[in-house]
Design a binder for this molecule. Structure first.
Ligand code: SAM
Ligand code: SF4
Ligand code: F3S
Length: 444
């Protein structure tokens, strides 16, 4: 019987990258990727533990798989990702339908696990073996040929913000060797990739010593700049403390680095930032913002906000609102604080639900208004769009402008992979709509 694998991916870009690398790995032992979730012989749930009832959601997903395969051969069911790391053998004990639990640093063992799999020997792999993981994947070509692809350069986190589970699920900070990253980028570009987003939990903390030279993320950007067929460079997610001057300078030296930066601040109150153990102040954040704007006034920021962190007063909350109005973030994520098991903040007294919900609602209203204002500013202008794919149901093309806005328009498939000008005629909160600008008007 043909071996087919389906991976359902939750959470951040790191998981998306890992899922693709797992596909690349299991191909070597005869597994074919399928997009049909009901026909897999191996079914992987690549999970996220960052907020809310993450663990319960996984059991719920397992229930759905069980139902789906009730009248079929049971697939090997693997729970991977950050919930797997946090919950480990507990999952095998609680849910007999799960065959394997594997944490993000053990994916180099995936082929071995699948080849030796026997139903009666359920298994759990949760070591923090980041070096081995990447050494293993360095030997397997990254086959991603998406116009825009992720490339993991760094994994794990040593910052221990008091609310965050990542240091416990992804382990200590590790940066991949510079030369291996560039080799992988070269492969991606040969596959036709036009935009590379360097990713890591703290991507701008990237730091690797090779042949007595220290390489930082600015070195990676400068090296990628040299590939003539690569058109765009991005990186995410950054920590404000690691926005060093050499990285900020890249915005003046690089022609390919996009003028849009996701830089989470979490709160506009220094008191709350301290309670969160964020290791930066609002003033330091504003300093980075001002330096970037001085280099290029068209640079825009997006951010993450945690609302109703324990101890947040009305005044702290208003400081966050003031900061949002000052920076005019063009697109951001905001969440009510969610206590995560094992983190310092999980023991703290929660803010009343009603207050939390009101604060989030009001803050999102402001963020969405700003986002809409930015989107409207593109109307009647031509924007450079890197065309990523076709939306078959709508018979339209999908691409992104330099600020990562989705742009949807009519056009020929031959434009996929090209940067073309699209004249924007309308927008909603999430997307811009337009037509190809054959007159080649000035790009916004
Ligand atoms: N490393 C990034 C940084 O330091 O900004 C963030 C990575 S985290 C995967 C993504 C976002 O999830 C965070 O910026 C934060 O806003 C949110 N988050 C993390 N833990 C949370 C929690 N316990 N409750 C609510 N939101 C949380
Ligand atoms: Fe989590 Fe803080 Fe590390 Fe970001 S810097 S991954 S929020 S601990
Ligand atoms: Fe979630 Fe793990 Fe990413 S907790 S946000 S999948 S690092």
């Amino acid at each position: 019987m043909e071996k087919k694998i389906f991976i359902k991916t939750f959470g951040c870009q790191m998981n998306e990258y890992d899922s693709n690398r797992i596909y690349d790995s299991v191909k070597k032992i005869g597994f074919k990727k399928t997009d049909k979730h009901e026909e897999a012989s191996c079914y992987i749930l690549n999970t996220c533990h960052i907020r809310d009832k993450a663990k319960e959601k996984v059991y719920h997903e397992v229930g759905r798989v069980k139902k789906l395969y009730r009248k079929k051969n049971k697939p090997i069911l693997i729970v991977a990702g950050c919930v797997a790391q946090a919950e480990n053998e507990e999952m095998l004990k609680r849910e007999p339908y799960i065959d394997v639990v594997i944490g993000p640093q053990s994916y180099h063992k995936i082929n071995e696990i699948l080849e030796n799999f026997k139903e009666k020997k359920r298994k759990e792999e949760i070591d923090f073996d980041t070096i081995q993981k990447f050494e293993y994947f360095d030997k397997i070509k990254n086959t991603s040929n998406k116009v825009s692809s992720f490339l993991t350069v760094q994994e794990g986190c040593d910052k221990f913000c008091h609310f965050c589970v990542v240091p416990f699920t992804r382990g200590p900070e590790y940066s991949r060797p510079f030369s291996k990253i560039i080799n992988e980028a070269e492969d991606l570009i040969k596959n036709g990739v036009k935009e590379i987003t360097l990713i890591g939990q703290n991507v701008n903390a990237y730091h690797h010593e090779e042949n007595s030279k220290i390489y930082k993320i600015s070195n990676l950007i400068n090296e990628l700049e040299k590939f003539s067929e690569l058109e765009r460079i991005r990186y995410t997610t950054s920590h404000p403390r690691d926005m060093t001057d050499d990285l900020i300078d890249c915005y003046s030296t690089s022609k390919k680095l996009m003028p849009f930066l996701h830089l989470p601040i979490q709160s506009g109150s220094n008191k709350i930032l301290k309670l969160m153990n964020r290791k930066h102040t609002v003033e330091q954040y504003l300093d980075v913002f001002n330096k970037l704007k001085k280099i290029n006034s068209s640079i825009e920021l997006s951010s993450d906000f945690i609302i109703a962190y324990p101890g947040e007063t009305e005044e702290d909350y208003n400081d966050t609102i003031q900061l949002i109005k000052k920076i005019k973030f063009i697109n951001s994520f905001s969440f009510i604080f969610s206590p995560r098991p094992g983190t310092r903040a999980s023991e703290l007294k929660l803010i009343d639900d009603e207050i939390s919900n009101d604060r989030l609602k009001n803050l999102q209203k402001i963020l969405f208004f700003q986002q809409m204002e930015m989107n409207k500013s593109f109307q009647n202008k031509s924007v450079d769009v890197l065309v990523e794919n076709e939306i078959k149901e709508q018979n339209k093309l999908f691409g992104r402008n330099k600020y990562l806005n989705s742009v949807i328009f009519k056009g020929d498939k031959k434009n996929i992979g090209k940067t073309i000008k699209v004249k924007i005629d309308s927008c909603n909160q999430n997307s811009l709509f337009g037509i190809i600008d054959h007159n080649n008007m000035r790009a916004a």
